[in-house]
Design a protein around this ligand. Structure first.
Ligand code: HAM
Length: 444
C-alpha cells in the first residue's frame, strides 16, 4: 500500500503535550471552576474573557524577549491576513491590553478582574507541564498601596487552604527598574568570577538576563545561587519601605510565608512584590518546579504597553497542578450530579410515551436517564442499577392500556402501580422524603 494511503488509514492522535479532559475527570473541573469563581466574586472581582489569539507583539513587549516563554515556548504563526499572532501563553498581558483599550483608567480604581481558561506554551511535556494548560488568574489594576499586595497574597493563601491543601507561600521583592539595574551589576560581578561553574544556559543568562541565574534548577547553579548577593539588600528606599509594609500586614493577618531571596519569576514585567505558591512537604527543588501558581506586582507594564502609568498586581494558578494536588492529598470533591430517576420502556408505544415522559420530568427539574433504543428490561434495569438512581419508572403494554406506570424503589426493590397523571408529583414527594431521611441518617 502506498505510504500516503497508509497515513490516511492511521487514526488521528492527540497532539504531544495536550490532554483530553474525560467525563470521569469533570467533577474536579466543575468543582474548582465554581469554587474559584464564587471565591473571587466574594472579593469583588469581575470576570473577564479575552481572546485566545493575540498579536504576538503583546507578549514580546510584556513577558519579554530573553524569557523562556517568548524565546522558546510561544505558539506563534502568521495568519491568512499576514498578521503575526500567538496563542496566549499567559493572562496578565491581555488584561493589561484590555485595561488600556477599554479606557478602564477612567473608572474608579482599583479595577479587579479575574479569568479562567486555556493557555499555551510549547514546553517540554512532563508531569505537571502541558502545552495546553488551564489557569485561573486575578488582577488588581490601578493601586500601588502595599495593603493590596497583602490582600492578594492573603486571598491566594486562603483559597488553597479552603481547598484543603498543604502549601507554602514564597515571597520576595525584586524592586523597581532602578533597584534591578543596580542589583544586576552586583549579581553579574558575583557570577563573572564563577562563570566556569555555570551551566551553558546560565552562561547565556549572565549576558541577557542575570536575574534568571537565581532560579536555575541545575545543581551547581543552585549552589552558586545560595551564596549570591540578595536583591532585598539592594532595594531603593521606597521599594524597601513598600516591602516591609507588605510583610508587616501579612504578619498582622497571620499568613505564614517563607522569605525567598532567589524567587525572581520567569516573566519580565514584574516589579517589587513577587510570590509563588509551592506545594508543602516537598524538597525545595521539586517544589519550585511544581509551583501551583505565581504572581506579583507589575507597576510598569501598562505604561510600557502605551497606557498611563498604572500600578498593578495579580496572581495566576495552574488548574492541572491544582487537580493533581487535590487527588494526591485525597481532598474530597462532590460528584457531578447523578440522575435520580431512570425511565424504562417495553415496546414501541411505550417507547414513544417515555420520550414525552422524559421531557416532562426534566421540565419539573428532575435528573433523568434513559436508554430509549434498548428493548430488554434486564439490560435497562442493569443500567439503572449501575447509575445508582433512586427510582425507576417502567412503562409496558399493560400500563399503556391502563393509563398507569410502575414506580420501582431501587433500594427496596418494591414496585407499585401509580396513576400516570400523578407520577411526577409522587416522585417529587418521595425524593423529598428520601432526601430528608437520608440527611438525618448521614448525621447520626
Ligand atoms: P506563571 O508562573 O508563568 O505566571 O504561571 C502560573 C502557573 O501556571 C504556574 O505556576 C503553573 O501552575 C501554571 N503553568 C504554567 N505553565 C504551565 C504548563 N506548561 N503546564 C501546566 N501548568 C502550567 C503567569 O502566567 C502570570 N501571568 C501570573 C500573574 C498574574 N502574575 C501577575 N498576575
Amino acid at each position: 500500500m502506498p505510504k500516503n494511503e497508509k497515513e490516511k488509514l492511521k487514526a488521528p492522535q492527540l497532539l504531544r503535550g495536550m490532554k483530553d479532559i474525560l467525563p470521569s475527570e469533570q467533577k474536579y473541573w466543575e468543582y474548582l471552576r465554581n469554587k474559584i469563581s464564587s471565591f473571587l466574586q466574594d472579593y469583588g472581582f469581575k470576570r473577564i474573557d479575552t481572546p485566545i489569539l493575540e498579536e504576538s507583539s503583546l507578549f514580546i513587549r510584556s513577558v519579554g524577549k530573553g524569557t523562556d516563554i517568548v524565546d522558546k515556548e510561544m505558539f506563534s504563526f502568521i495568519d491568512q491576513g499576514g498578521d503575526n499572532v500567538t496563542l496566549r501563553p499567559e493572562g496578565t498581558a491581555p488584561v493589561a491590553r484590555v485595561y488600556i483599550e477599554h479606557g478602564m483608567v477612567n473608572q474608579p480604581q482599583p479595577i479587579k478582574l479575574y479569568y479562567m481558561g486555556s493557555f499555551f506554551r510549547h514546553d517540554r511535556p512532563q508531569a505537571g507541564r502541558h502545552r495546553q494548560f488551564h489557569q485561573f488568574g486575578f488582577e488588581v489594576l490601578g493601586d500601588n498601596h502595599p495593603v493590596i499586595d497583602t490582600q492578594v497574597i492573603m486571598m491566594t493563601y486562603n483559597l488553597y487552604k479552603e481547598l484543603g491543601l498543604d502549601i507554602v507561600m514564597q515571597i520576595n521583592s525584586i524592586g523597581c527598574p532602578a533597584c534591578q539595574e543596580e542589583y544586576k551589576k552586583v549579581l553579574t560581578d558575583y557570577y563573572k568570577t564563577r562563570r566556569n561553574s555555570l551551566c551553558e544556559e546560565c552562561k547565556k543568562r549572565l549576558l541577557k538576563n542575570p536575574l534568571r541565574l537565581l532560579d536555575c534548577k541545575q545543581e551547581d547553579c543552585q549552589t552558586l545561587a545560595t551564596g549570591a548577593p540578595q536583591i532585598v539588600d539592594h532595594l531603593c528606599e521606597e521599594c524597601h519601605e513598600h516591602f516591609v509594609k507588605v510583610l508587616e500586614h501579612l504578619d498582622d493577618v497571620e499568613v505564614p510565608y517563607n522569605l525567598n531571596p532567589r524567587l525572581v519569576r520567569g516573566l519580565d514585567y514584574y516589579t517589587r512584590t513577587a510570590f509563588e505558591v509551592w506545594p508543602g512537604k516537598m524538597d525545595e527543588k521539586q517544589a519550585s518546579q511544581s509551583a501551583l501558581g505565581g504572581g506579583g506586582r507589575y507597576d510598569q507594564l501598562i505604561e510600557n504597553l502605551g497606557g498611563r502609568p498604572t500600578p498593578a498586581i495579580g496572581y495566576a494558578g495552574g488548574l492541572e497542578r491544582l487537580i493533581n494536588k487535590i487527588k494526591e492529598q485525597a481532598v474530597s470533591v462532590p460528584e457531578v450530579k447523578m440522575p435520580d430517576i431512570f425511565v424504562a420502556q417495553l415496546g414501541d408505544l411505550a417507547r414513544k410515551k417515555s420520550l414525552k415522559l422524559f421531557e416532562e420530568l426534566r421540565k419539573s427539574d428532575l435528573q433523568v436517564y434513559e436508554t430509549f433504543s434498548k428493548d430488554g428490561m434486564k439490560e435497562q434495569m442493569a443500567t439503572a442499577n449501575r447509575l445508582g438512581v433512586r427510582f425507576t419508572l417502567i412503562l409496558g403494554q399493560k400500563e399503556m392500556m391502563d393509563g398507569t406506570i410502575i414506580l420501582r424503589d431501587m433500594e427496596s426493590g418494591i414496585q407499585e402501580t401509580i396513576d400516570y397523571q400523578k407520577i411526577i408529583a409522587e416522585v417529587k414527594k418521595r425524593l423529598a422524603r428520601w432526601g430528608v431521611n437520608n440527611n438525618i441518617n448521614n448525621k447520626t
